[in-house]
Design a protein around this ligand. Structure first.
Ligand code: ZN
Length: 191
């Protein structure tokens, strides 16, 4: 497996609408090897997720995994999940505010509004249908990763630019209150 280079904000590939994969493309050895590399790169960078455009491949694949992540210590765990050609549909009207960061946006975080429940429809890496509802903080992670497939970054969704902060200032000034809001979201939605 190979660690892939992560595109940084300003690289045009992060702003492209990524292409769907055909069953043949998904089943190819090249794509399967790429998915392994995407997972390894996400784990190496300690991301909660990683989308193919972030490693300079404009295809509709993203991976998510949270296992006691030191970069996001408050995030509920998510088992390793590979989404191919995903579609997210909000369930209900409820939203919550999430302090997000991104491996493609160095040393910056900001507050983003996310749907509290989303229906996830996708293929797994073997082409089998996935169909489930993600809730709470976990739903926010799904929305962040799928945004990348449409050329969107969390920066675009920050409603109040005064919430932008570096990771150091986040830890110093915002993390305690944000942990309280995360705890409330997890209590409400179970994840
Ligand atoms: Zn990101």
């Amino acid at each position: 497996m190979t660690l892939l280079k992560i595109a940084q904000v300003g690289h045009p590939i992060l702003r492209q609408h990524a292409q769907e994969l055909s069953p043949e493309e998904l089943g190819s050895a090249a794509t399967q090897g790429f998915i392994d590399d995407l997972i390894e790169t996400m784990r190496d960078a300690r991301g909660a997720g990683l989308a193919a455009p972030q490693v300079h491949r404009s295809v509709r694949i993203c991976v998510l995994e949270v296992q006691d992540n030191p970069r996001y210590p408050y995030k509920p765990n998510i088992p390793l999940t590979v989404l191919v050609n995903p579609t997210l549909t909000p369930v209900g009207e409820e939203t919550f505010l999430n302090f997000e960061g991104c491996l493609s946006v160095p040393d910056l975080r900001g507050v983003v509004r996310r749907h509290a429940e989303v229906h996830v429809s996708a293929l797994d890496r073997h082409g089998a249908a996935l169909d489930f509802v993600a809730r709470g903080i976990t739903a926010g992670t799904y929305q962040h990763e799928c945004d990348h497939l449409d050329g969107a970054l969390f920066l675009d969704r920050v409603e109040d630019p005064s919430t932008f902060c570096t990771w150091k200032e986040f830890a110093r000034h915002h993390e305690p209150s944000f942990r309280e809001s995360v705890a409330a979201t997890v209590a409400r939605w179970g994840s």
